[in-house]
Design a protein around this ligand. Structure first.
Ligand SMILES: Nc1ncnc2c1ncn2[C@@H]1O[C@H](COP(=O)(O)OP(=O)(O)OP(=O)(O)O)[C@@H](O)[C@H]1O
Ligand SMILES: [Mg+2]
Length: 306
């Protein structure tokens, strides 16, 4: 169909449920703006369906593995269907917290002290922690998940080994890093422009899955983030720098911790949540961009060869 937009959602990752929320919100926004839209679950033989539908553009509303890491993007490249958000390599880099961090560090963006544990090479764990001078609490997480899935803040060795064993069953590479106290600040970039930064104050132990998606968890959102003008500008510049360093496109969201006047970049998300309660729409809205207009901008920004 000549003018059809397919919104890809769902998929195979642990963030499947959240992706449906993102996808439905984006699909509704596009319908409201008069676009012809079809929602498609990126599961099973969805590629056959895409071939049949021949959409003008794919709106990628997937999160996590296969949707945010370059896999779906490479399928869309080979089908020559223009798509939203970042391209194959940028998506892959951003999703891999080890690879993206090495780029951030080389370019003087501060990240927490960290090292990687890989199943086959995990001896000398205690020595590694000592070498890196990482003190408890220690954070462990998979290198390529989202929505805080598999993120554990461990107060001591017992908690560390217990949670590490859990992660080891499912993941090959695990990130071990220092816990950065302080504030949770996230900044959005749209195209070539940093849009703004928000502070999140969870009531739970940290900004985990529930704190992110359940309104009953009552996470406080403060927009704009209450920082000095200088620091607000700095975090916007850092988000833009991270976005550009990885060659990201469309919209991204960078997650920081702010402690002792310094920003530590935790990661950049190339497919940030786009439900009406998500952070990028909230930041955009504050800078005068309505949700529907943000989604339309993303569609207009779509291309192949990204
Ligand atoms: N080193 C750290 N110090 C303090 N808090 C941390 C650290 N690492 C993670 N966290 C907490 O866990 C949350 C999730 O971490 P992170 O952003 O790395 O995971 P994610 O699953 O990729 O998240 P997303 O939903 O943004 O994709 C952070 O927003 C923060 O609240
Ligand atoms: Mg995050």
């Amino acid at each position: 169909m000549k003018n059809l937009i397919v919104v890809l959602m769902g998929g195979l990752s642990g963030e499947r449920k959240i992706s449906f929320l993102t996808g439905k919100a984006c699909s509704n926004a596009l319908k409201k703006k008069g676009y012809k839209v079809k929602e498609l679950d990126a599961k099973g033989y969805f590629v056959n369906e895409l071939r049949k539908l021949k959409p003008r553009i794919v709106f990628n509303a997937l999160h996590g593995k296969y949707g945010e890491d370059g896999f779906v993007q490479s399928i869309l490249e080979s089908l020559k269907i223009p798509y939203t958000h970042s391209g194959v390599f940028s998506s892959g880099l951003a999703m891999d917290k080890e690879l993206s961090r090495s780029i951030f560090e080389k370019n003087k963006i501060k990240v927490p002290k960290y090292f990687i544990l890989q199943k086959a090479y995990e001896n000398n764990l205690k020595q590694k922690i000592k070498n890196k001078k990482i003190k408890f609490p220690i954070v462990i997480k998979p290198i390529n998940e989202g929505s805080s899935l598999g993120v554990y803040i461990c107060k001591n060795e017992i908690q560390f080994y217990k949670n590490y064993k859990k992660l080891q069953k499912e993941y090959d590479r695990i990130l071990v890093e220092e816990y950065i106290p302080g504030k949770e600040i996230q900044a959005a970039v749209m195209g070539k422009k940093a849009l703004g930064a928000i502070e999140l104050i969870p009531r739970r132990k940290f900004y985990d899955y529930k704190a992110k998606y359940s309104s009953s968890a009552k996470t406080k959102h403060i927009m704009p983030a209450p920082l000095s003008t200088k620091k607000y500008k700095e975090v916007m510049l850092l988000a833009k720098k991270a976005h550009n360093l990885l060659g990201c496109r469309g919209v991204t969201r960078s997650d920081f911790r702010f402690f002792k006047n310094k920003f530590y970049l935790l990661e950049i998300n190339t497919q940030p949540g786009m439900t009406k309660l998500s952070l990028v729409p909230e930041i955009a809205n504050y800078s005068g961009i309505k949700f529907e207009d943000l989604i339309v901008w993303m569609v207009k920004d779509a291309s192949s060869n990204r």
